[in-house]
Design a protein around this ligand. Sequence first.
Ligand code: SF4
Ligand code: SF4
Length: 223
Amino acid sequence: MRQYLANIYLGVYTALVGMRITFKQLLQPSVTHQYPYEHSFEKKKNVRDIPKGYRGKLDNRIEDCIGCRKCEIICPVDCITMTTRKLPKGERLWDSMSVVHLKDRTEIVGNIEGDEKLVPDTTITIKTRDERTVSLSSEEVDRIVERKPVIFYLDQFDIDMSLCMYCGLCTEVCPTECLTMIDNLKDGIAYSTFDRTDLIYLFAAPEMYDQQTEASDEAEAAD
Ligand code: SF4
Ligand code: SF4
């Protein structure tokens, strides 16, 4: 009889413990998402950010792409397709510039003034593409990459993310570091689409050449 009553007590007690956990969780924010209808993960309190360096969606800062094809050649699954046209000999779309990577993971693109080198306890001055002057200390700068003169029109630069296996080789070989994998929650991981062709990302932007040509025409007229 004693054992019988002890079993009843244990059964009721464990049920109450389970119910306490259930009711506690009822008051917590939900941990599930109505994906793909709900994309704004970053607004949810219970979602941790993805780690820096995560290999997310590929992104190409196309104005810094020099059309060298290194990414296309190294891609093991041929998911990068590009078509280029070489400019007439001696012509270039724009000259070389430096891409300055800061330690806070932002970038500044422009010309470094003078022969300044990045040595400890010094600053460098950069004239940006929109004519701003920015001074940076060596502590702020992570690394500097030289962007080569652009001598190709990029008529097509497509990446089929449905084929990509996220090896990151294309970003490793890119000499201007314009090809990157997005490592933030907001833009780096949302792939869901109802049409597979939406996973082919088109980066070519022919209109930027027109702007560049107009800018050089204006500069020549001013001279
Ligand atoms: S990350 Fe994707 S696009 Fe880049 S080389 Fe690997 S498979 Fe190709
Ligand atoms: S490796 Fe970089 S610069 Fe060269 S074509 Fe690819 S994205 Fe452009």
